[in-house]
Design a protein around this ligand. Sequence first.
Ligand code: 6GU
Length: 205
Amino acid sequence: MKRAQEKGLLEVHVHHLRQWAVNEYGQVDDYQYGGGAGMVMMCEPLAKAIEALSADRQYDEIIYLTPDGETLNQKISNTLSLKQTLLLICGHYKGIDERIREHFVTREISIGDYVLSGGELAAAVLVDSIGRLLPGVLNDETSALFDSFQDNLLAPPVYTRPEDFRGWKVPAILMSGDHKKIEEWRHEQSLQRTQERRPDLPDQL
Ligand code: 6GU
């Protein structure tokens, strides 16, 4: 992602919510109505932040990173990689006031069924997974075309030198030079792997 930014393919701007705090103490959260443990991020700092940032850029999506959002997958990353400008909101504590979700947020994304202490790592994951799909970020060798999940298939096993390591040999087919057979073998391995490890993925054929 650093190289992508240096090449001008991607810009990431981080904004600190305390810039839009409600008082001189930098307050951006408060107790929740109805009682209960945990602080909630207040409407005013978030609304002001979103409005101030929207004056400089037209956002295609305003995404709130939250464990109760839609679980991130390759299809979502592919879709988001086609957008020009995204605003990612990282929550903390118990989350953000529901009214911000209703009136500003256009999409809510989780990175999996576990809880993080804040949305920042989730945002970093999302930026990486989108960023690597942008034209020019990956070279031919690392091309995203053959990634696991790109067709709802896991990637096949890979090998490099030596051909024999401690008596553990590389499958003979890979040494055959028969590219058509090799591609067939790889596809078969992908199918097998997907069936064994991820029978929950939508059908491949
Ligand atoms: Cl997006 N945020 C937090 N705090 N925890 C998470 C998450 C997001 N996705 C999975 N766990």
